[in-house]
Design a protein around this ligand. Structure first.
Ligand code: NAD
Length: 358
């Protein structure tokens, strides 16, 4: 099992280290041969090779069975030209690997019910899967840029574009995922205003009627969806949506669970797969052993499930995390006021110790 490890920037190296420790612990228990190849991406790539996605890092990612990514970005790189910024490296990596389907599960842990800023009866039992289109839409559409107009003003523009095939392939993913869950897909768009998402709705309806009439399909405008996620999140099972809407709604959904530091993700394509927490590089807490590594640890569970077919080991990591939380172990982001909390490394150790005890 060859894993390309791209830790990135900010808290990336700290959380990835704990995820690797967890995988190593499991590998020892199951006599699994895991090989790690480390490479730079994002700001780290810019510092070491002058580009946020060095050719060597991309080559390693392409050769690996799976990629484990931390996070990229930081204020020190914000003033660089756009193609040199860390986020450009991450978008290119997703694009080059063809990772069109991003699975972002948001499941509320009963043990953390009080960590959410919402009322317990609103969030108890929430189990949502956001299926986000990842290599199309406004983050990639052309033309884009900032130009100076004849009257001297500047104009910034981006293009929101989706083709039939891009919508079809992500719709299939969402319907198939729903079949393994409670069989409901809510497709989120802004079809009342944006033609690109009017097409989105038409194509989703067609794919549904052709192949998935056993799945219940509903549609919601994104502004309403943002409100409904807070009002009554339990109405959602699979939320199928575009690149930008999925980015925003999954961050919102993370607060149902208590913290963005809990949400893992899997980005899958036809040939490659990458696993990463949904959060960013959190420069405000980087290097202070304050980050919650559980989102990255749970991303390793998704890696074992989706890329390596080891459902048993994935379940084991998820059970270990549940148990650690049940034991009252907390990082700062999920501790309720006055509760004792520990750091990133200690949380990683707690999960490893739990795995060894299971
Ligand atoms: P962020 O997700 O990094 O942080 C938002 C807030 O959540 C911060 O207060 C942070 O401390 C907290 N947080 C995030 N992860 C946490 C964790 N594991 N444990 C505890 N607290 C955590 O978002 P941001 O502040 O908007 O962006 C910071 C940088 O990250 C920017 O450069 C941005 O472009 C980049 N970014 C990268 C990715 C990615 O690599 N996938 C995603 C989003 C943002």
């Amino acid at each position: 099992m060859k894993i390309a490890v791209l830790a990135g920037d900010g808290i990336g190296p700290e959380i990835v280290q704990e995820a690797v420790n967890v995988l190593d612990t499991l590998a020892k228990i199951h006599a699994l041969d895991v090989q790690y190849d480390y490479a730079d991406v994002g700001g780290a790539g810019y510092e070491s090779a002058g580009t946020p996605l060095p050719a060597e890092s991309l080559a390693l990612a392409k050769k690996a069975d799976a990629v484990l990514l931390g996070a990229v970005g930081g204020p020190q790189w914000e003033s660089l030209d756009k193609p040199l910024r860390p986020e450009a490296g991450l978008l290119s990596l997703r694009y080059e690997l063809g990772l069109f389907a991003n699975y972002r599960p948001a499941k509320v842990h009963e043990q953390l019910i009080d960590a959410s800023t919402l009322k317990a009866d609103v969030v108890r039992g929430v189990d949502i899967l956001v299926v986000r289109e990842l290599v199309g839409g406004i983050y990639f559409g052309q033309p884009r840029g900032i130009k100076t107009l004849d009257d001297g003003q500047q104009q910034g523009s981006n293009t929101l574009v989706y083709t039939t095939s891009e919508i079809e392939r992500i719709a299939h993913i969402a319907f198939q995922a729903a079949r393994k869950r409670s069989g409901r897909v809510c497709s989120i768009d802004k079809a009342n205003v944006l033609e690109s998402t009017e097409l989105w709705r038409q194509v989703v309806c067609r794919v549904h009627s052709e192949e998935y009439s056993d799945v219940e399909l509903s549609h919601m405008y994104v502004d309403n969806a943002a409100m409904q996620l807070i009002r009554n999140p339990k109405q959602f099972d699979v939320m199928l949506t575009t690149n930008m809407f999925g980015d925003i709604l999954s961050d919102e959904a993370s607060m149902l669970t208590g913290s963005i530091g809990l949400l893992p993700s899997a980005s899958l394509g036809k040939e490659h797969a990458m696993y990463e927490p949904i959060h960013g590089s959190a420069p405000d807490i980087a290097g202070q052993d304050k980050a919650n590594p559980l989102a990255t640890i749970l991303s390793v569970a998704m890696m074992l499930r989706y890329s390596l077919g080891r459902e048993d080991m994935a379940d084991k990591i998820e059970q270990a995390v549940e148990q650690v939380l049940a034991n009252g172990v907390r990082t700062a982001d999920i501790a309720v006021s006055g509760e004792y909390f520990i750091g990133c490394a200690a949380m990683g150790h707690a999960v490893c110790a739990q795995l060894e005890a299971m």
